[in-house]
Design a protein around this ligand. Structure first.
Ligand code: NHR
Ligand code: GAR
Length: 197
C-alpha cells in the first residue's frame, strides 16, 4: 500500500474531504493508496475525532514540547517514517497545518510533500490571506494546491480554484467560499499525483 499521512492543526475539513473522496473513488483499489495516519500539532484539533471514527490512526505531536523547530520536525519525521516504505514512498499532505517546516524536513520528503494554501499563489503567501485579498480590492480569490519547498508557499503549483470576492465579504465569508472549493481541488490533485506515483 502507498500510505498517505495528513498533517492538520484544526478543523480538518480538507483532510475529511480527502478521506471521503478516497472511499468514494476507491483509491485502495484504483491506486493501492490509503490514508494511513492523521497527525496534529494541536490536541484539540476537531479533525482528529473524524479520523479516528474512520479507523485512521491519529497522533498528536505538540510543537511546544520541543526545544526547536528542528527537534519538532525530527520527531514528526520519525512518526511519518513508520508509514514509509522504500518501494512505496509515503505521501505527506499538509491540510490546514500551521507550522512552518524546516528545510531538512522538506528535503527529506521532496517530491511527496504537498500543501493547500487559501490564496491564488503567488499572491498572498503566508497568513491572513482572506483579509489581505479583501484589503487589496481583489475581485477574485481562491486556493492553491502546491508542492512544498523550503521557501514558504512557493513550490510548483498543482491545482487552483477561483471564487469571486463579493460586496460585503468579510474574511470569514470569503474563507468559507474558498473552503468549499478547497474540498474539491485538493482530493482531485492528490488523485492525479497517485496516478503518476
Ligand atoms: N513549510 C515550508 N517549508 N514550506 C511551505 O510552503 C509550507 C510549510 C509549512 C506549512 C502551510 C502554509 C499555508 O498554507 C505550510 C507551507 C503556517 C505558517 C506560519 O506562519 C505560514 C504558512 C503556512 C503555514 N506559521 C507560524 C509558525 O511560526 C505559526 C502560526 C500559528 O501557529 O498560528 O510556524 O499558509
Ligand atoms: C484551509 O482554508 C486551508 O487552506 C488553510 O486553513 C484552512 C484549514 O481548514 N490553511 C492555512 O491557512 C495554512 N496556513 P481545515 O482544517 O478545515 O482543512
Amino acid at each position: 500500500m502507498k500510505n498517505i499521512v495528513i498533517l492538520i492543526s484544526g478543523g480538518g475539513s480538507n483532510m475529511a474531504a480527502i478521506v471521503k473522496t478516497a472511499q468514494r473513488e476507491r483509491w485502495a483499489d484504483c491506486y493501492g493508496a490509503r490514508v494511513a495516519a492523521v497527525i496534529s500539532n494541536k490536541a484539540q484539533a476537531q479533525g482528529l475525532q473524524f479520523a479516528s471514527a474512520q479507523g485512521i490512526v491519529t497522533e498528536v505531536l505538540d510543537h511546544r514540547s520541543y526545544p526547536s523547530r528542528e527537534a519538532f520536525d525530527a520527531a514528526l519525521a520519525q512518526l511519518i517514517d513508520r508509514y514509509d516504505d522504500p518501494g512505496q514512498p509515503v505521501l505527506v499532505l499538509l491540510a490546514g497545518f500551521m507550522r512552518i517546516l524546516t528545510p531538512g524536513f522538506v528535503n527529506r520528503y521532496a517530491g511527496r510533500l504537498v500543501n493547500i494554501h487559501p490564496s491564488l499563489l503567488p499572491a498572498f503567501a503566508g497568513l491572513h490571506t482572506h483579509q489581505r485579498a479583501i484589503d487589496a480590492g481583489c475581485q477574485v480569490a481562491g486556493a492553491t494546491v502546491h508542492r512544498v519547498t523550503p521557501e514558504l508557499d512557493h513550490g510548483p503549483i498543482l491545482a487552483q480554484a477561483v471564487v469571486p470576492v463579493l460586496p460585503g465579504d468579510t474574511a470569514d465569508t470569503l474563507a468559507a467560499r474558498v473552503l468549499t472549493q478547497e474540498h474539491l481541488i485538493y482530493p482531485q490533485a492528490v488523485a492525479q499525483l497517485l496516478r503518476k506515483m
